[in-house]
Design a protein around this ligand. Structure first.
Ligand code: URA
Length: 287
């Protein structure tokens, strides 16, 4: 198999086979394919798209490119939540403890900021001295004891996505639905939760600028999750203006604590209730 033939095939708008996608992802991971050929294929995917099967194949190949976290050492239903990225989005800091207080297990690996969007791990580091990287056993022990732990993503989770994302970032190929869906879902599936709630942001501050494209992205991610045997649901939420009134890591932590104390801005409160409710209903607790 030659990478060049795969690039030409996609450039001409044809469907890539499972074998071709696996070959490509293997080459990304073991670094046998150079950046320029990866860039060319990414641009071809950006323009010609990928169908459901190709998107699912790409995701599963990226899941298998690294560690797959086995959460069976944690008792109960493990629920995860993911935002496609926004400004002032501190919902994880609210909904994760709420879900845990209602009996779910939240063993969550969070990311750092991406482009103009903030990351939960950066916000958590506003607590001086807080460790966001701990051993897997400590992670399991804390979740079993308290119902919740939020940590930074392990170095070897979907490494193919890591390389692909870095190249997308500098080649104008970020805003592609199959590429975003496979990137997010590869990390979520590899993180091992049973249920995943997706918060798809739409608007001028989001990667998806229109409601139609946000819905398309949400559906693509849910289908990938279904194919991988995960229970998934999504909400589409507004990102034309920042969520809440605070932006900046420590300010956002303070606002999240306000909401957990029954205060805080209404838009943030409402979105947190919606997301926590979805996490509970997906896990079979309440409607
Ligand atoms: N978040 C990701 O992890 N990947 C994308 O492609 C976009 C947002």
């Amino acid at each position: 198999m030659r990478v060049c033939d795969i690039i030409v095939k996609k450039r001409n708008g044809s469907e890539l086979s499972t074998e071709e996608i696996n070959f490509f992802v293997k080459g990304i991971t073991n670094e046998s394919i150079p950046d320029y050929q990866i860039s060319a294929l990414l641009m071809a995917i950006y323009f010609k798209g990928m169908n459901e099967k190709e998107t699912s194949d790409l995701t599963l190949a990226m899941v298998k490119s690294g560690d797959i976290v086995d959460l069976s050492g944690i008792r109960g239903v493990k629920v995860d939540k993911h935002s496609t990225g926004g400004v002032g989005d501190k919902t994880t800091l609210v909904v994760a403890p709420v879900a845990a207080a209602c009996g779910l297990k939240v063993a969550k690996m969070s990311g750092r900021g991406l482009g103009h969007t903030g990351g939960t791990v950066d916000k958590l580091e506003a607590f001086e001295g807080l460790k966001t990287y701990i051993s897997r056993q400590d992670f399991f022990d804390i979740v079993n004891k308290t119902g919740i732990a939020l940590i930074g993503q392990s170095g070897n989770l979907a490494p193919a996505d890591k390389r692909l994302y870095a190249i997308r970032d500098v080649t104008g190929t970020v805003e592609s639905i199959p590429l975003i869906a496979s990137s997010i879902m590869s990390k979520k599936i590899a993180s091992g939760a049973d249920c995943i709630v997706l918060d798809v942001k739409v608007g001028s501050g989001a990667f998806m600028k229109t409601k139609e494209s946000a819905e398309e992205l949400a559906k693509a991610m849910i289908k990938i999750g279904d194919a991988a045997g995960k229970k998934c649901d999504a909400v589409i939420s507004d990102m034309d203006i920042p969520l809440g009134i605070s932006i900046g890591n420590s300010l956002e932590v303070i606002e999240a604590i306000d909401v957990l104390s029954g205060e805080g801005p209404d838009d943030l409160k409402q979105e947190c209730v919606l997301l926590a409710g979805k996490m509970l209903s997906l896990a079979g607790i309440g409607s």
